[in-house]
Design a protein around this ligand. Structure first.
Ligand code: HEM
Length: 106
């Protein structure tokens, strides 16, 4: 499936109320700048839920597979997460927003 970072930047408009991806600054949610390859729940200076910290301790690292799972159903994958976002329904939106996050992780 082709991924499109430019299309993903538009999908990211739905994340922007709570996240920056273009700079290393926390907001309502943790910065997603450089999130690819990062262990869940470890961005400095951000007050995560215990659930997200525990996910990281249990070995969750953000990559295409784990982000796809999380964005399909955040509260299903990380039970107790405080991310108040229901997730994305369309597979293409998920793939594209991950491509955008990869672009912002370089
Ligand atoms: C956490 C992605 C939308 C609030 C996270 C994490 C990711 C993520 C990957 C885990 C980061 C880490 O472990 O450092 C996204 C994407 C979104 C989106 C791609 C849009 C498609 C939102 C929205 C909100 C939000 C709209 C606010 C209403 C949060 C919060 C956390 C979080 C509060 C911390 C969760 C916790 O500690 O349990 N998000 N998010 N996110 N997000 Fe989002």
């Amino acid at each position: 499936q082709a991924q499109d970072a430019a299309a993903g930047e538009k999908v990211f408009n739905r994340c922007k109320a709570c996240h920056f991806a273009d700079k290393d600054q926390n907001k309502v949610g943790p910065s997603l700048h450089g999130v690819i390859g990062r262990t869940a729940g470890t961005h400095p200076g951000y007050n995560y839920s215990k659930a997200m910290v525990d996910a990281g301790k249990s070995g969750v690292v953000w990559d295409e597979a784990t982000l796809t799972k999380y964005l399909q159903d955040p509260r299903g994958m990380v039970k107790g997460t405080k991310m108040a976002f229901p997730g994305l329904k369309k597979e293409a939106d998920i793939a594209n927003v991950i491509a955008y996050l990869e672009h912002e992780s370089k």
